[in-house]
Design a protein around this ligand. Structure first.
Ligand SMILES: *[C@@H]1O[C@H](CO)[C@@H](O)[C@H](O)[C@H]1NC(C)=O
Ligand SMILES: *[C@@H]1O[C@H](CO)[C@@H](O)[C@H](O)[C@H]1NC(C)=O
Ligand SMILES: *[C@@H]1O[C@H](CO)[C@@H](O)[C@H](O)[C@H]1NC(C)=O
Length: 509
């Protein structure tokens, strides 16, 4: 290390022999040239003191605990060479399944009992991993409730020695990647981080991860929906609440580098930001997958969930902070309701299909397993695939901007959709499904126009479809089509039947 950088100026060695004699070092200058000599000597001494103090400081820092160092942003180079943890080959061959994922859920003792209601909605006996808490928590014994069978661990106490500027928990949570990797569980291909209120749709998570080679370094997730959040934190970063995936070789590097990163990035706000910074030091970019949802929005998520991008739904988050996704149900009941169609045809959940009832001139949009919107006028596919803005930004509660386009909820009730919500789902043999949707009041106001009243007379809609083919998401994505079936009989006005099918190659909507 060049500690004397900047000290060996032109004048530095010119008077070197004189500098050895201290009595000669500071003499009273008599001629103008002597002033120059004195100036040079003072500079040399200053440099020397600075260098020595820098050496002492670095030595001191690398050997003492991190909590008592007083530098602010001064120390930006890693003081200790990073130890790479040994990386034995996985020898994990064959197609990926859920058991190749080690979940790493960030929890806290104080809130786990409540938050486990969310985790238990998706945790299965095939999922592996842990909820990491700050301290042990006493859980009731109850065999009929799987909330208490989710494995819980307490984070290694090493995290307490690191500095932080806003949230102490962020340090601990960032370090759970180290905690998780240390366990060296066999046959783990991916580490998936999430919050205790993140809902994972594990079949779709596996589907998305199957596109990537787990023997290479990948960092996959989603960013925030609110632009203000991405500006404040970062765009090229996986937001922790939406969950993100780290392949095993990257997890190994991160585990080795994490303590150094925690020292260097103590001034960051979140744990996800610390991990993003550490990943970027390794040189691995962020890979965005649009099915991970941090859900940094406020209010009613309906418009967003009714127009999901054409990609598998991987996660949802923040549902305790939003209006319930199903009317007249609490967040947990809503998620249970969504789980029903999800279990029947996981890869299709929330997939959007649009069609027009050409006879009645209606525009129809289905978010499979969740909701249907009907407009009594023509809306193009481009409009229908744009989320109806029923929500605000996360931080400032504004009307945007978001990281996607939205269309406003028009003040005129006649321009608003009539909305239906899924209330029944069943298998049709093994290859298909039926889902039912009943009209649900969104308080969108009264419209007296005849065409709108005709829509509101429809109370229940039946949607039939084949299950999504296993290779559907491995191909170039194309939205499916739907058609309104001609109903008959007396219930014709009150009921509607729609069939979802593959679009014909030349078909447009
Ligand atoms: C996942 O695949 C492994 C083989 O790599 C197999 O041993 C395991 O039983 C599978 N787990 C599930 C849940 O299918
Ligand atoms: C896991 O759960 C499924 C049903 O959810 C059950 O059929 C299976 O026997 C369980 N496996 C184990 C090992 O408990
Ligand atoms: C166990 O859990 C079930 C389901 O959540 C609940 O109905 C029951 O009251 C619980 N029993 C005890 C003893 O807590």
């Amino acid at each position: 290390m060049k500690l004397n950088r900047g000290c060996s100026g032109e004048h530095g060695h010119h008077h070197h022999h004189e500098a050895l004699k201290f009595s000669n070092f500071f003499f009273m200058p008599e001629r103008p040239r002597d002033y120059l000599v004195l100036f040079t000597r003072v500079s040399v001494l200053t440099c020397l003191i600075f260098s020595v103090s820098l050496v002492l400081r670095i030595t001191f820092l690398s050997s003492s605990s991190a909590s008592d160092y007083s530098s602010s942003y001064g120390l930006r180079f890693s003081a200790v060479p990073q130890k790479a943890l040994a990386l034995p080959p996985t020898r994990s061959l064959g197609p990926i399944n859920i058991s190749h994922v080690q979940f790493c859920i960030a929890g806290a003792a104080e809130t786990w009992l409540d938050r486990s209601r969310y985790t238990s909605l998706w945790w299965r006996n095939t999922t592996r991993g842990f909820v990491w808490l700050d301290k042990p928590v006493k859980l009731p014994k109850n065999n009929s409730d799987n909330r208490f069978s989710i494995p819980v661990r307490v984070s290694d106490s090493g995290w307490t020695r690191f500095r932080f500027s806003s949230s102490r928990a962020a340090v601990r949570i960032a370090r759970t990647i180290w905690d998780s990797y240390q366990l060296k569980l066999p046959d783990v291909r991916w580490f998936v981080m999430g919050d205790d209120d993140t809902i994972f749709f594990t079949d779709n998570l596996v589907k998305v991860l199957s596109k990537y080679d787990h023997e290479q370094m990948w960092y996959i997730g989603g960013n925030s929906e609110s632009v203000e959040q991405d500006v404040m934190h970062a765009y090229d970063m996986a937001f922790g609440g939406g969950g993100f995936a780290i392949s095993r070789p990257l997890a190994a590097r991160l585990a080795g580098a994490m303590d150094g990163c925690l020292q260097r990035y103590f001034y960051f706000y979140g744990s996800d930001q610390r991990i993003a910074a550490c990943v970027s030091e390794i040189g691995v970019p962020f890979t965005e997958e649009r099915g991970f949802h941090q859900l940094d929005i406020r209010g009613d998520p309906f418009g967003f969930l009714a127009a999901h991008p054409l990609t598998p739904l991987v996660s949802l988050h923040h549902l305790g902070f939003l209006d319930s996704i199903f009317p007249n149900k609490n967040p947990i009941e809503s998620l249970r309701t969504l789980t029903k169609p999800y279990n029947l045809d996981p890869h299709r959940i929330l997939q959007q299909v649009n069609c027009h009832d050409r006879k009645r001139q209606w525009s129809i949009s289905i978010s499979w397993g969740y909701s249907i919107q009907i407009y009594s006028y023509f809306l193009s596919a481009k409009e229908l695939e744009k989320p109806l803005q029923t929500f605000k930004t996360w931080r400032s509660l504004r009307n945007g901007p978001f990281t996607f386009n939205t269309r406003p909820l028009k003040p005129d009730p006649c321009q608003r959709p009539v909305t239906y919500f899924m209330d029944g789902a069943e298998d049709v043999r093994d290859s298909g499904t039926k889902t039912w949707y009943s009209v649900g009041d969104k308080n969108y106001g009264y419209c007296g126009k005849r065409e709108h009243s005709r829509v509101t007379r429809v109370k229940r809609i039946l949607v039939t479809s084949m299950k999504m083919a296993p290779e559907y998401w491995n191909k170039a994505p194309r939205r499916q089509c739907c058609e309104v079936m001609d109903g008959g009989g007396r219930r014709k006005e009150k009921e509607m039947s729609i069939r979802i099918r593959k679009c014909r190659s030349s078909e447009t909507i």
